[in-house]
Design a protein around this ligand. Structure first.
Ligand code: SAH
Length: 345
């Protein structure tokens, strides 16, 4: 169904930019990928789904920040794209240990997927409010903690190539009975031959985040796979946990692009925010005490030792999620530094 919808659209309006294509494939209200119940966990697994420790450590990180900013009476906690709600469920179990934090919390989820909303409803027992986008967040002055794990990588991204002073845009066209990638000439522009990505949706949302942090104070913790400097073509599809060509299982496979952390940093600095990281996920989790937490859980549940060791390796080893995934914090300069970023390089 999604294929015929895309083909008809292309026949009527011409080739689609990569971001138009991603937007439709992931978000179409009827046929989009995130309408599928089994999205998270089947095609791709995220850190919170690998181990409870991930959300617990972020919960402890948030409580630490709350204590550093002197326990405000009201604190807005926003999670962007909470998936099944697992991260926050684990987070809240730890947060409960600090009653003043728990009592100050008002929780918002930015989420568009109806099946994932259903799952969040059953996973989270704390009251929360869904927002379609961050602009809907009530305009109060309460400090914020915003969290996003593997959220920005799902936002639509365009790809450009400059070759011999001509800029081409990668588009999706319909040719010889199938959908194909096609580079379309956009403009003449003097510069070296290179390939780069731009994500207008990521940038627009990040401006909203930075503005709010500037006004209300607080911190945004962004964890995702991404790059700093350099660029390239990072569009990838995962179908049943295996890489797959992006135009093969359209609407059935997860589509992502890596996050450009340098761009986020550049925008945050234009708002005079503090920036820490990007720090490799492995180092960040070790700074937050993942080794100790795993040892503690192993002592409590010796029969789970092998599974806990495997989760530790998966989350922190450089050849697994330890290096490719990165954490960065963007924060109001009036507040102290969020923890977890020492020894980051
Ligand atoms: N953070 C979760 C899930 C990551 S998957 C985890 O770590 O397990 C991406 C999440 O972002 C899903 O919940 C998806 O529905 C949501 N999402 C993707 N694009 C979105 C958009 N444009 N607006 C709001 N939510 C979006």
């Amino acid at each position: 169904m999604l294929n015929s919808y895309l083909i008809q659209l292309i026949q009527e309006k011409g080739a689609l930019s990569q971001s138009q294509f991603m937007e439709i494939v992931l978000q179409h209200p009827k046929y989009g990928y995130y309408q599928r119940q089994e999205a998270v966990g089947q095609d791709f697994t995220t850190s919170p789904e690998i181990s409870q420790v991930f959300g617990e450590l972020i919960g402890a990180w948030a409580v630490d920040y709350f204590l550093q900013i002197k326990k405000p009476q009201n604190l807005t906690l926003v999670e962007l794209g909470p998936g099944k709600g697992t991260l926050l469920a684990d987070f809240l179990r730890i947060a409960k240990l600090e009653p003043s934090f728990y009592q100050a919390l008002k929780i918002y989820f930015v989420e568009t997927s109806p099946p994932l909303k259903d799952q969040q409803k059953t996973t989270i027992s704390f009251p929360f409010t869904w927002l379609e986008n961050l602009e809907e967040l009530p305009k109060d002055q309460n400090p914020l903690i915003i969290i996003a794990n593997e959220f920005f990588d799902a936002l639509p991204t365009n790809l450009f190539k400059r070759k011999e002073n001509i800029v081409f845009e990668r588009c999706i066209a319909y040719e010889d009975g199938k959908l194909v990638f096609q580079d379309i000439e956009r403009r003449k522009e003097v510069g070296p031959d290179e390939i780069w990505e731009e994500s207008p949706q990521t940038e627009a949302l990040f401006h909203v985040i930075c503005k709010r942090l500037q006004i209300c104070g607080g911190v945004f913790l962004c964890i995702d796979y991404g790059y700093e400097g350099g660029s390239g073509d990072t569009l990838q599809a995962l179908y049943k946990a295996e890489p797959s060509p992006p135009l093969t299982h359209i609407g059935q496979s997860d589509l992502t692009c890596h996050v450009n952390f340098s761009k986020l940093k550049e925008i945050a600095l234009s708002y005079n925010l503090g920036v820490l990281g990007p720090c490799p996920q492995g180092q960040f989790l070790k700074n937050l005490g993942i080794d100790l937490r795993i040892e503690f859980l192993k002592k409590k549940n010796p029969s789970q030792s092998a599974a806990l060791n495997a989760a530790l390796t998966r989350l922190t080893h450089p050849q697994q999620m330890g290096t490719l995934f990165k954490a960065s914090a963007f924060f109001s300069p009036l507040t102290p530094h969020p923890s977890g970023f020492n020894l980051c390089f």
